[in-house]
Design a protein around this ligand. Structure first.
Ligand SMILES: Nc1ncnc2c1ncn2[C@@H]1O[C@H](COP(=O)(O)OP(=O)(O)OP(=O)(O)O)[C@@H](O)[C@H]1O
Ligand SMILES: [Mg+2]
Length: 367
């Protein structure tokens, strides 16, 4: 074995044991369109600084839902993103999503730690679409509920999926330390950014991360996640429609959608496709909001905030405002989170602001 690697391993083991260094874990977000990595310093009280960020695109169909289709390419993209970011640490927090993961708020009767644990396993068994014996479950108590019990947020993922993703990191020469859910890392950033505005216990917020293959949809109220759902809508549906109608390949369609023609304008044909597909996004969002309202009678929405690469689709904000009847805006993480000007270039800021929120949340986690 390479002596340098042995030495590095020993040093990192010592660092692990002592937990030294101001930097947190390296966040790794594997989305359909790209791998994103980030490193952050700081904490909730003193604020956070983004130290490093890197992303690397994935080829078409590298991952479908949470099923890895092109393992080598993903490992390579992780390595490239880490290299571009100039990240040297190896301890990582990865976010999972997809049909084999579940995040839910549960109202439990409460009691001792063991009693709560028992209640969690009983309840979770009813909600997860996979067997509890083979899944990884973790939960944290968010507070007491009106009935005198406790509210908990439960995160569960199919064991195999956790192992597959950990293995990807190991193959990319990283160390998986925390496996989180993408939707919880999104909420992590949202709470940090909007902290003061979330004081009113009667106000509900809608948070949406509209990515390439899915939208993470969250309703948040009174410092709690009230509801989450992964909706099967995303930018790739527009890309596929452009491919189909215009007879171009995936990469050409992405380029047409994101950059327009040679003058940077979106041709009429593309705008029509976008409008049609976005209508179907609205229908799905409306269904989800209506489901929430009918099951909780809560209609106290005050604001909707968006993130994800697809939130810049023309007409999206206006359409959502008309649909929901509340103001809709795009999350700007840099209103609250500082960044290292030596390491993060001005021209990266836009991309990070739109597409990096989830990975920022992962990098804000501490062990
Ligand atoms: N200027 C733009 N106009 C329209 N869409 C864009 C633009 N820039 C990026 N997108 C779209 O945003 C999506 C990528 O966003 P993001 O990085 O948030 O997704 P992801 O995390 O890879 O996907 P997912 O979370 O769904 O797995 C792609 O569908 C891409 O085409
Ligand atoms: Mg994403």
């Amino acid at each position: 074995m390479d002596p340098k690697k042995i030495l590095n391993d020993i040093i990192s083991q010592i660092k692990d044991a002592l937990k030294i260094g101001p930097k947190g874990l390296v966040g790794v977000d594997i989305g359909l369109s790209a791998v994103k990595v980030a490193q952050v310093s700081g904490n909730e009280e003193n604020g956070y600084t983004l130290l490093a960020y890197g992303s690397h695109p994935l080829p078409e169909g590298a991952i479908i839902e949470d099923d890895i289709q092109k393992e080598e390419e993903i490992i390579d993209a992780i390595k490239q993103a880490i290299e571009k970011a100039g990240i040297k640490s190896v301890n990582t927090c990865i976010g999972l999503s997809g049909p084999n993961t579940v995040a839910r708020k549960l109202q439990l009767a409460g009691g001792s730690d063991e009693e709560v644990e028992d209640q969690v396993s009983w309840e979770v068994e009813q909600y997860i679409p996979f067997s509890i014996e083979t899944s990884k479950v973790s939960f944290h108590i968010v507070g007491e509920n009106e009935g005198g019990g406790v509210d908990v947020i439960v995160a569960a993922a199919k064991g195999e999926v956790v192992e597959t993703y950990k293995d990807l990191l190991i193959q990319a020469e990283l160390k998986p330390k925390i496996v989180d859910l993408g939707v919880l890392s999104l909420v992590n950033v949202f709470e940090h950014l909007y902290f003061e505005k979330l004081e009113d216990p009667n106000h509900s917020w809608i948070v949406i991360d509209l990515g390439a293959q899915k939208a993470e949809f969250v309703i948040y109220k009174n410092h709690k996640i009230m509801f989450t759902k992964e909706i099967a809508i995303g930018g790739v549906m527009i890309t596929e429609e452009i491919q189909r109608q215009m007879g171009v390949n995936y990469y050409e369609a992405e380029d047409l959608k994101n950059n327009g023609d040679e003058n940077g304008n979106l041709p009429e044909e593309i705008l029509e496709i976008i409008d049609d597909v976005v209508e179907s996004f609205f229908a799905e969002i409306k269904k989800t909001v209506d489901f929430y309202i009918s099951s909780t009678s809560d209609e106290s929405f005050v604001e909707c905030v968006l993130t994800g690469g697809s939130c810049v689709i023309p007409g999206l904000i206006e359409g959502l405002e008309a649909l929901l009847g509340i103001s809709v805006s795009i999350i700007n993480p840099f209103e609250e989170i500082d960044y290292d000007k030596k390491n993060i270039k001005e021209e990266q800021l836009n991309e990070i602001a739109y597409r990096g929120v989830s990975v920022l949340g992962l990098a804000m986690r501490s062990e």
